[in-house]
Ligand binder design. Structure first.
Ligand SMILES: [Zn+2]
Length: 125
């Protein structure tokens, strides 16, 4: 049986509650709730001055950290030179027509302008 800590309402001791079987003849009819310090008997469980449990420090588990923060939202991740109207690609280089410099398809740009959807099938003879 677990030791239950109480602050006795009778003697004021920081002590343990003692439970003893209460018998009517040979039949167990209940439990006595007794202060192990002074022997005061509590009539009912609700009368027992249970000691408040000290709040345990919050323990963070790995599971709490599993939710990953998305770094890029959908729009940001699409803000790439390869999707930009000013992006020119040929077999030798990738070039930004706006900044007149070489770029990478994965570069991002503040001056991003979404290119019109190109239909690759068009013009194929
Ligand atoms: Zn007591």
């Amino acid at each position: 049986m677990k030791a239950v800590e109480i602050i006795c309402g009778n003697c004021g001791a920081d002590t343990l509650l003692k439970r003893e079987a209460r018998y009517d003849g040979f039949t167990k009819v209940g439990e006595k709730l007794i202060c192990s310090s002074c022997g005061f008997e509590y009539a009912d469980e609700s009368d027992v001055p249970f000691k408040e449990k000290t709040s345990e420090p919050a323990v963070f588990t790995e599971a709490d950290r599993s939710a990953k923060v998305e770094v890029f939202d959908e729009d940001e991740s699409q803000n790439l030179c390869r999707y930009c109207a000013n992006y020119i690609v040929n077999p030798f280089t990738q070039f930004c027509a706006l900044h007149k410099k070489e770029v990478q398809s994965t570069d991002t740009c503040e001056r991003f302008e979404r290119a019109e959807e190109k239909d690759d099938a068009e013009g194929v003879l």
